[in-house]
Design a protein around this ligand. Structure first.
Ligand code: BES
Ligand code: MN
Ligand code: ZN
Length: 500
């Protein structure tokens, strides 16, 4: 990963291959850059529109041979996400130019907390934007990487602090991306367990991994049944970070990890089925979160549960019409074997009861219906606790991983009442994201929120400057932001109106 550091001093003096400077719409450059950038601006070639760039070679009076102007859009709508994108744009341009290093002038001056937050966002943006999943490209070694990205601001100490945190936040998403991009012939349930063991080892966390027999003995028949016909056996991963004191009830995170979802006997159409390697993105995200929880050493108790399995057809596979008794004791009639996520999550949610948790948040690529409802611009957010829901929504806004509250009216629960069992695992086509949420709600008897990330966990093409094609890592950064809030960290999340 790119090394990100901080420096202070005049912009004209920074010794770098490329200096990037953010500019708001219709505003002028800082005085010391007037000579270098004046002509571009006075000719109207750059207006500061968000995403706009202008590259100036041999800028007048500057140590850097290249000056890159990056548009920040309207000052009144300036957010941390504007900065993530601008910084990613700068870092990627430097890489395209095959430079070893680049610098980014941090366009924030008001208030210490705002400066730290801005440095976090700029560091995150650069690290996230430069991400590539190229481990299976046999010539990957020949592509150039940017080595150093330097944030420039008068207050070097604050900026260095922010940069260090930002790198850790990005690392959460980058781990999640790596796990989710990994193809399912490699990223098996046991592979995820191995990654969880590595995190546990790195940060002194407790780890428990249940194998097939232990999953059955625990009574998690949803997970055992979905995984029954796969040669790569299921795992139930429990990773615990205990830094919040003995008495503090933990926050439990649950991530769906179907390492490949063929649909099972209710098999999916062939076209696009390759995307179902991403059906473990929820599990990938919560493991990414634990990486950051460890590296930030958050003073909290956090437990992460990852039910991991493949969903494949086979002679031993579960079938439509089958009835299962899930971990909680509730029975469910299988309408379709393609609604497998809610079965394994139901087991994990009822397993979570033993922790008497302060809150439980699950995330899952759960329904195509959620993707249809919100597109790929927001995760669906449901739950049984208004306070928790609004915390998650706010965290998503700050992290640039938006979540939108959807209803769980009791009528949705009516829609999933079973004929021969307590519940059925599909409520049909209409309101599919909500009936899936209503199903999970039956197993959550604590403050609980659910994120349906079917539309936001991966992208078929670049989504924005810091989110390339493939796994996005969402909602790892949202969840880290939520946990930082729970740990009492008072961060600035709104930069609107900031002085340059
Ligand atoms: N993993 C899928 C949901 C999904 C679909 C994620 C598209 C990302 C993109 C899930 O297991 C599934 O198959 N859900 C079904 C539920 C239905 C059968 C009730 C769906 O959404 O079609
Ligand atoms: Mn499915
Ligand atoms: Zn699935």
């Amino acid at each position: 990963m790119v090394r990100i550091n901080a420096t202070s001093g005049a912009l004209t003096e920074v010794p770098t291959g490329l200096l990037a400077v953010g500019l708001h719409k219709d505003e002028s450059v800082p005085q010391e850059l007037a000579g270098a950038a004046g002509a571009v601006l006075s000719n109207g070639d750059f207006s500061g529109e968000e995403g706009e760039t202008a590259l100036i070679y041999g800028p007048d009076g500057m140590a850097s041979p290249r000056l890159l102007l990056v548009g920040l859009g309207e000052r009144t709508s300036f957010t941390l996400d504007t900065l993530r994108r601008a910084s990613a744009t700068a870092a990627k341009r430097a890489r395209t130019l095959k430079l070893d290093d680049a610098a980014f002038a941090l366009p924030v001056s008001k208030g210490s907390a705002a400066r730290v937050a801005a440095a976090e966002a700029a560091a995150e943006g650069a690290a996230l934007g430069l991400y590539r999943f190229d481990r299976y490209k046999t010539n990957a070694g020949s592509s150039r990487e940017l080595e150093t990205f330097t944030l420039v601001h008068d207050d070097e100490a604050e900026i260095a602090t922010g940069a260090q945190i930002g790198v850790k936040l990005a690392a959460a998403a980058l781990l999640a991306r790596d796990l989710a991009n990994e193809p399912s012939n490699s990223a098996t349930p046991e592979y995820l367990a191995g990654k969880a063991r590595e995190i546990a080892e790195r940060y002194g966390m407790e780890i428990t991994v249940l194998d097939r027999a232990e999953i059955e003995a625990e009574g998690m028949s949803g997970l055992a049944t979905v995984g029954r016909s796969a040669a790569n056996e299921p795992r139930f991963i429990v990773l615990e970070h205990r830094k919040g004191g003995d008495d503090a009830p933990p926050i439990v995170l649950v991530g769906k990890a179907v390492t490949f979802d063929s649909g099972g006997i209710s098999i999916k159409p062939a076209a696009g089925m390759e995307d179902m390697k991403f059906d473990m993105s929820g599990g990938a995200a919560v493991l990414g979160v634990m990486e950051a929880v460890g590296s930030l050493d958050l003073p909290l108790n956090v437990v992460t549960l990852v039910p991991a399995t493949e969903n494949l057809p086979g002679g031993n596979a579960f079938k439509p019409g089958d009835v299962l008794e899930l971990h909680s004791g509730k029975t469910v009639e299988i309408v379709t074997t393609d609604a497998e996520g809610r079965l394994i999550l139901a087991d994990a949610l009822s397993y979570a009861r033993r922790y008497e948790p302060a809150a439980v948040v699950d995330c899952a690529t759960l329904t195509g219906a959620c993707y249809v409802a919100l597109g790929d611009h927001a995760s669906g957010l449901m739950g049984n606790d208004e306070g928790l829901i609004s915390e998650i929504q706010t965290a998503g806004e700050a992290a640039g991983e938006r979540a939108w509250h959807l209803p769980l009216f009791k009528e949705y629960t009516e829609q999933i009442k079973g004929n021969t069992a307590d519940l059925k695992n599909s409520g049909g086509r209409y309101g599919g994201a909500l009936t899936a949420g209503a199903f999970l709600k039956e197993f959550a008897d604590y403050p609980w929120a659910h994120l349906d990330i079917a539309g936001t966990a991966y992208y078929g093409k670049e989504q924005n400057a810091y989110t390339p094609r493939g796994a996005s890592g969402a909602p790892a950064r949202l969840l880290v932001e939520f946990l930082r809030g729970r740990s009492g960290d008072d961060r600035v999340v709104n930069l609107a109106g900031q002085e340059a």
